[in-house]
Design a protein around this ligand. Sequence first.
Ligand code: EPZ
Length: 418
Amino acid sequence: MSRILIEGGIPLSGVADVHGAKNAVLPILAATVLNEGVNVIHNCPNLRDVNITLEMLKYLGANVQREGDTLTIDTRGRLGNHIPEKLMRQLRSSIVFMGAILARNKRAKISAPGGCELGPRPIDLHIKALKELGVKIRETHGYIFCNGLGMEGKEIHLSFPSVGATENIMLAACLAKGKTIIQNVAKEPEIEDLAAYLNKMGAKISGAGTSRIVIDGVERLDAAEHRVMPDRIVATTYLCCAAVTGGSVEIRKVIPDHLSASLSCLRDCGCEIAVGRDWVKLKAPGRLHSVSDITTMPYPGFPTDAQSMFLAMLCTAEGTSIIKETIFESRFKLVEELVRMGADVTVDGRIAVVRGVPKLSGADVSAADLRGGAALVVAGLAAEGMTEVENPHFIDRGYEQLEETLTLLGAKIKRLLD
Ligand code: EPZ
């Protein structure tokens, strides 16, 4: 079983580039199903989750080629309606294939998605919205059968600005008759990136990035070329690695505006932050200050995907920090691992109280999900001595060459393959 070995206590320094955004490329790949052509998608990271999505596209009948960070997806010819459970269950984002396949074939047969164990991952908002678009949905034997022959545009109000549900509705509504208005949608940058790609294909989507999206259905869509936005959570992770080690780094190929909540928090911790068109420079203090209130919120609030890295980073800050996780039910699994490293953290429901200690000590710890695993790397970089992080496959879901990048920044980190 492979694991990541880290020798902590080295301040990071230097320059690192950020790869394309996992949470943008996944729905964009599903969106290629909406046209019958040859799509070229640039800045696609080589991640486990991306490769599983490509398996789904190939299973449907698409032809997939990768050359470096460019993917060519040929969706000409007949594509299937069905994705098998063994593929669907590997990935939460697989659920957006429901909207994509419905848009193309008007019928879909999929199973409930999988993904990281962050608590129940219901899809009630997806199902409710598609039914409002006129999709007939039957759930039986673990499969979801959808008949979208009667699909037409409607006004939909999401009770929660779900990222995945927003994406699913966008994909289904692009080729539905009439106008669809979605209120209280997710405003994440990944939604804007998906809308930009769909509009390049000929869709008529406006309002992405605001809480109201309007989609005028069209008859057909054509293949398009697109460059995926940078990964704002990977960028934030690199910054937390530098901040927790008292380092000084420049992180490039980012959109600073996407990082504003995290950058504000890093400044509150005592970091000096400079921002350019596509770069961020961070200079950390000798010891970070605590932050009295980090509350995760839908974008543009503090991102839930950055919460674990900040929690790990604040374990050695001066003072006590309070972290409230409002998006997912159980996103504090990493706490017991951090306590093994000497952290003083107590969890009460969705609130973690982090009392800063002068030092963490290296230990053998185990990743249980993607961002929790990345957070254990953050803690290992700060800790005295050696830390081994088991289950690095969780981290590989969202980080391309994490060890290589951190090594470039001066970290002593490597992967041990058994
Ligand atoms: C996306 O997940 C991201 N994943 C997550 O990133 C991210 O944490 C999340 O958005 C929030 O920003 C991808 O884009 C692949 P949601 P998603 O639907 O779409 C509840 C990472 O680490 N909900 O906005 O699943 C749900 O249970 C991953 O990269 C319902 O109750 O997020 C959760 O509590 C982790 N019913 C909350 O809403 C539904 O039908 C947010 O879910 C749908 C969601």
